[in-house]
Design a protein around this ligand. Structure first.
Ligand code: URA
Length: 254
């Protein structure tokens, strides 16, 4: 039993769905009955429907004129199926007038439990990364592309990203940071609208144009702290990216 549980954890299964164990060998007749009476599976959403939905979130997000309003709107939004499997809606937190904003992918298990971004092991490493360039976490605004944890930490789909991206873009516009750090490939590729992976995108300055912000934001992509926990050798490159961010923040009008 213990070996089976360990295997589940290694396979990424971190949540139990039942409080009682079930004997699956006894379950066959019941399963057949359930399958027989189940409604036909819904067809997958077409790209046109996904585009239509994300146009809605552009309008919903644009109508929010403060971060508090945007936060309440995201909490009340029911148009993303990820919300149904998540425990909490996780919106950004930190200094709402921050010069630096950090954007990750999506809440993990601990973030989902607490309803706060980057509070699990990756978040602790993120705090140490910020401290290494003399920044306290509470002076930075930290958020994610998606406000809901994908089940089992699976990668978000292109449709989920497109649907939620207006919410993070509106957070950028309302915070108005001078510098953005995009941690990990999902965050970098979706906001920079690039196809290349994080290894190619990291390490160079880019200008991110956001609706309703007068100037583009100086943006640095770097490795995700969760990746750095698995691949400590990559910390060397991440350190270089952080030094570039520190220099940019210390140079007025740079
Ligand atoms: N990983 C992320 O990308 N975001 C979090 O908030 C936590 C882990």
């Amino acid at each position: 039993m213990c070996a089976l549980l360990k295997w589940y954890v290694a396979a990424g299964i971190s949540e139990a769905t039942d409080t009682e164990p079930r004997d699956r060998f006894q379950a066959t007749p019941l399963r057949k009955a359930v399958v027989a009476s189940a409604p036909a599976a819904k067809p997958l959403e077409s790209p046109a429907t996904a585009r239509e939905k994300s146009r809605d979130t552009v309008e919903i997000a644009a109508a929010c004129t403060t971060l508090a309003e945007l936060r309440a709107t995201i909490h009340a939004f029911d148009g993303c199926a990820l919300k149904r499997t998540a425990t909490n809606t996780v919106v950004g937190n930190g200094d709402e007038d921050a010069a630096l904003m950090v954007i990750g992918e999506a809440p993990g298990a601990e973030e989902d439990r607490q309803g706060l971004p980057f509070v699990g092991p990756a978040g602790q490493l993120l705090n140490r990364m910020l401290a290494s360039i003399n920044l306290k976490r509470q002076t930075v605004y930290v958020s994610n592309i998606l406000p809901w944890r994908p089940p089992g930490n699976r990668s978000p789909t292109a449709e989920e990203i497109a649907l939620c991206q207006p919410f993070i873009e509106r957070q950028i516009a309302l915070v108005g940071p001078r510098v953005l750090i995009l941690v990990g490939g999902i965050s970098a590729k979706s906001l920079l609208n690039e196809k290349q992976g994080i290894t190619r995108l990291r390490g160079t300055w880019r200008e991110l144009t956001v609706a309703n912000l007068a100037d583009p934001v100086a943006t640095m992509a770097t490795f995700h702290p969760a990746y750095l926990l698995r691949q400590p050798a990559a910390k060397r490159e991440a350190w270089r990216d952080l030094l570039a961010v520190q220099k940019k923040l210390q140079t007025p009008n740079a």
